[in-house]
Design a protein. Sequence first.
Length: 426
Amino acid sequence: MKKLKVAVIGSGSTYTPELVNGFLTRMNCLDVDSFYMMDIDEEKNAIVSSLGKRMLEHAGSKARLQLTTSVEEAVEGADYVLGQVRVGKLDARIKDEKIPMKYGMLGQETTGVGGFFKALRTIPVMMNVAKQMERLAPRAWLINFSNPSGILAQALLNHTNVNMIGLCNNPINMHRQAKALAPEGAKNFDFEYVGLNHLSWITKILADGIDLMPELMYSEQLRNVGGEHYSDAVLNAVKGIPCGYLNYYYFRSRMLEHLKKQEKTRGEVCKEIEKELLSLYSDPAVVTKPAQLDKRGGALYSEAAVSLIDSIENDRRDYHVINTLNKGAFSFMAADDAVEVKCCVGRDGVTPVKLENFDNGHIMGMMQAVKAYERLAVKAGLTGCRDTALAAMMNHPLIGDYDIALPMMNEMLEAHKAFLPQFFKA
């Protein structure tokens, strides 16, 4: 096996032990020589990486773990670069959640205005990572989990030359949920997955070639999505099983009221969980991934990431749902749209699977509308043009209203000024 250099950008994240654990489960097929753990927060990086090092030693791995604050040092000569950055940390997320609610808008970290401003902060950072890879590791793969994953894929795949895949744990969770409902004894399971990141649906569930969706769609297991109950009327209109993030579109008033009633935003809760986890990670007696990490969210993301690397490195030619350029897979989307699509993955890269005979006007219309917003979001993030940013917000199905969008945009720009230099040029 080839010895691999893996760079983790944003390694101070409390998710990192889960990522390390994912590599440990595949020691027999992935020989990692070194992990370069890059983060600008040296204190957090030291705490998290200390646990990573103990996990490696406990499992008998000889992989070296190197800490750095330099993107260049991390990516130089790397085989795989994993992006998991949170620009502005959880404090920025909390602002993304709280400020929109002042204007009667949803406050959420990956969709709506909160997701938009997270994209504006993150696009320049990940563009810099990609540019350094072009120079120092041109053959490496960039696998990005940083949110919003789909918008970042749209930016990086169209404006850099790196080998890049956008990844999310949402598809693997949806896949496992659907597969669990397949009849016992079914030998071949498959599914049809359509969408953009955090805007996706399962539209077929196939067991031995038979589509079970007409029956399973109304099962209690599938009609309860992210804590919301989908009535027959909604399911009949949608004609598919949506991901949980679509609750913000289908039940926006309900979701806004729910968020308003919470004593703390999800970001504030995560901040408390993170403090607890960092204290736990500092304990020298902890040598495996703590169970408490599951409270942080992100279940199965390491499985998704490391299995993808395994597929590339060992030419598995198996299937993963990832964010990549459409290239004709969805006939109703442009070739250079980044979409979340099932792909065959091997040493030569990713090949999207063409969706045949798809005729769901509701899904197609939602994807086209949100992609129009995403294209403007990328342009705004790259240029710092306020007119383009406002146009993006007015395009977004969850925003739209100019009289609200303009003052909200101005307040959000000021709140995140330290992380949006492209909007504050001299």
